[in-house]
Design a protein around this ligand. Structure first.
Ligand code: ADP
Length: 639
């Protein structure tokens, strides 16, 4: 019969496994047992609603057997099994489950070997120890069985065969011992069972093995006093060797942080440690246990629709849903983990689950715990939080935006923005706590970079007062603070706003006087700029710079820019224009020069107005409307 070939990546992985010099080969057993356990989960789940399964919970089991003479290890389960087609799909290509992102086409390198250590690579890891692997399987609901056989990278065959009962046997024929490796050690019962214990102790289903024991027994020989002689003899007993308590069910004190982290990495296929582990053991109206993880980086597909949010939901150790998103608010959808409650009904559909009262209570509680943990990180583990925030900060912001600010209480304390003063991200709480007593507002500036905002003219008076400014660097940040409106009773205000609340009454009056005196000149500037600005004003806030560009009305320059960047389908094709205001600094020599020109040479004064407007655009980080004209103007005024 012709051999079928593995798909390209699978073949490469297979090569890697066959030739593996990886020292941790023993993990193959964990992988095969974990597949067996998953297969039982699936059938057990079916049995909840389908009487035809004919197995009770206590009937499910995994058996690990050794045949020393034939050098074989067999792992059997009475789970859901596979049809020939499923064997083809699942064992002929690398599982789609994400157990391995094995896309790099580099040579076998240290990195590859690390991948094995980090994740295990599922079924294929059998080839680290086996020269030949046979899988005999009968799928639930099927009368026939099939046999998949492969001796490695050269391909595999699938043929019909006989098998009593539903389930799968994975038979691994060990490689011959070589110089570097002793495969025969796996044929030792006690050694093999110690590996099972080490990696698969918390597998929910009983794993049976023959265990060699010794006992002191009577013989036929007699002692001098007529009693029977006794001696030690070995015997084997087939018994359950795993303790079957899932890691999240074990008491906190018995599970180290490292064990939790390893569990996370294996279960959720992450190479990096999570930013935090949250353990919950709740008793009360609803009892549940949870082990939750806050990842430290976003998975590659996180911001795409491929990402499946949700925790794994268990009821008394039986998985009832792989991605239950009803437990997590959407803005915490990055959280991974397991929630297990005996109070949940096993027979539950996704729709019912959304309205399940018990689950709602769990969800509220879980949300609180996640928030507490994030706040704890802000306080005690800043570096980790900042890393987390750079991955998921956007998610938190969208959480507020999508709900039009209605969940601001839950989320606002988790946000961070760059502080001009501290030169690093700070929370609103940290900002307001550091405010001088007389400061009324929370100031922010919107722009593309810290550098550009550092040079913004309108920021100067605020900084000069000793007030900090939050830099809003993301597109949607300004909408966000507008939606929040205020924090702790303090309003957010843009440094580009007309009234920054910085002046005393006296300063205000003086400025107003100058404004009245300069009315004619200001109107001239507006006229000269031919509709580019809505008004020219005497600035109340400029300190050392001659001009700045601000806006009046509700649309700011940054919003205008953001709307302009949206596709027409979203923006409706109607341009959103900010009403620009050119502010002039009356104390600056440039203002005096403008005034002088206005009185003596109107043409020149018009050029000055253009020049100042161009300058204000540049300082605001906006493009010149006509760079060619602008540079000509500069030349014209220089000679
Ligand atoms: P993963 O377990 O990460 O999906 P594997 O390579 O270990 O990747 O397994 C591939 C697929 O083969 C599994 O997802 C499952 O569908 C199927 N499979 C493997 N072992 C068994 C088994 N004992 N019973 C039923 N199906 C199995």
């Amino acid at each position: 019969m012709a051999k079928k070939q593995f798909k390209a990546e699978s073949k490469r992985l297979m090569d890697l496994m066959v030739n593996s010099i990886y020292t941790n080969r023993e993990i193959f057993l964990r992988e095969i047992i974990s597949n067996a356990s998953d297969a039982i989960d699936k059938l057990c789940y079916l049995s909840l609603t389908d009487d035809k399964v004919g197995l009770r919970r206590e009937d499910f089991r995994i058996d690990v057997k050794i045949d020393k003479d034939a050098r074989k290890i067999t792992v059997s389960d009475n789970g859901i099994g596979m049809t020939a087609q499923e064997m083809e799909q699942n064992l002929g290509v690398i599982a789609k489950s994400g157990s391995l992102q094995f896309k790099k086409e580099n040579d076998m390198s240290k990195e590859d070997i690390d991948i094995i250590g980090q994740f295990g690579v599922g079924f294929y890891s059998a080839f680290m120890v086996a020269a030949k692997v046979t899988v005999i399987s009968r799928a639930y609901g099927s009368e026939e069985a099939n046999m998949w056989v492969s001796s490695g990278a050269d391909g595999y065959t699938i043929t019909p065969c006989e098998k009593d009962g539903v389930g799968t046997d994975v038979i691994m024929e060990l490689k011959e011992d070589g110089e570097e490796a002793d495969y025969s050690e796996f044929l030792d019962n006690n050694y093999l069972s110690s590996i099972v214990k080490k990696y698969s102790d918390y597998v929910r289903w009983p794993i049976y093995m023959d265990v060699t024991k010794s006992r002191y027994v009577e013989t036929e020989e007699l002692n001098a006093d007529g009693t029977k002689k006794k001696q030690w003899e070995d015997y084997t007993e087939n018994e359950v060797i795993n303790s079957r308590v899932p890691i999240w069910q074990r008491p906190k004190s018995e599970v180290s942080n490292e064990e939790c982290i390893n569990f996370y990495k294996e279960k959720f296929y992450d190479m990096e440690d999570p930013a935090a582990v949250i353990r919950v053991s709740a008793e009360g109206t609803v009892s549940y246990k949870a082990m939750l993880f806050i990842p430290s980086h976003a998975p590659a597909n996180y911001y795409s629709k491929d990402y499946q949010a949700g925790v794994q939901l268990y009821s008394s150790g039986v998985m009832i849903m792989e991605h239950c998103d009803a437990v997590l608010p959407d803005y915490f959808r990055f959280v991974r983990g397991v929630v297990d409650s005996p109070d949940l009904s096993l027979n539950i559909s996704r729709e019912i689950l959304q309205h399940d009262r018990q689950l709602k209570i769990i969800a509220t509680n879980v949300e609180k715990k996640i928030k507490q943990e994030l706040e704890r990180l802000i306080q005690n583990d800043r570096e980790k939080y900042e890393k987390f925030y750079s991955a998921f900060g956007l998610q938190l912001k969208y959480g507020i935006l999508n709900a039009y600010g209605s969940n601001k209480e839950q989320l606002q304390d988790l946000l961070m923005f760059y502080s001009a003063d501290k030169e690093k991200p700070v929370t609103f709480k940290e900002y307001t706590q550091a405010m001088p007593e007389e400061q009324k507002y929370i100031y922010y500036a919107v722009g593309e970079s810290v550098k550009m905002l550092g040079e913004l003219p309108q920021a100067e008076p605020v900084r000069k007062k000793g007030y900090d400014i939050l830099y809003l660097l993301d597109d949607t940040d300004e909408f966000l603070v507008k939606m929040l409106g205020e924090y702790d009773g303090k309003q957010f205000i843009s440094v580009s706003a007309e009234d920054l609340g910085l002046e005393t009454q006296e300063e205000k009056e003086t400025a107003e006087k100058v404004e009245t005196e300069s009315r004619e000149l200001l109107d001239f500037v507006k006229e000269a700029l031919e509709g580019k600005i809505a008004a020219a004003k005497i600035s109340h806030k400029l300190v050392s710079r001659p001009v700045c560009l601000t806006t009046q009305g509700s649309i700011t320059l940054e919003m205008e820019r953001y709307f302009a960047s949206l596709p027409e389908a979203v923006s409706g094709g109607v341009p959103m224009k900010a009403e620009r205001v050119l502010e002039l600094n009356p104390a600056h020599p440039v203002f005096k020069a403008l005034k002088a020109a206005y009185e003596t040479d109107r043409e020149r004064a018009k050029d000055y107005a253009e020049l100042l407007y161009g300058q204000s655009l540049l300082a605001a980080g906006l493009p010149l409307e006509n760079p060619g004209e602008f540079s000509e103007l500069v030349c014209k005024l220089m000679v």
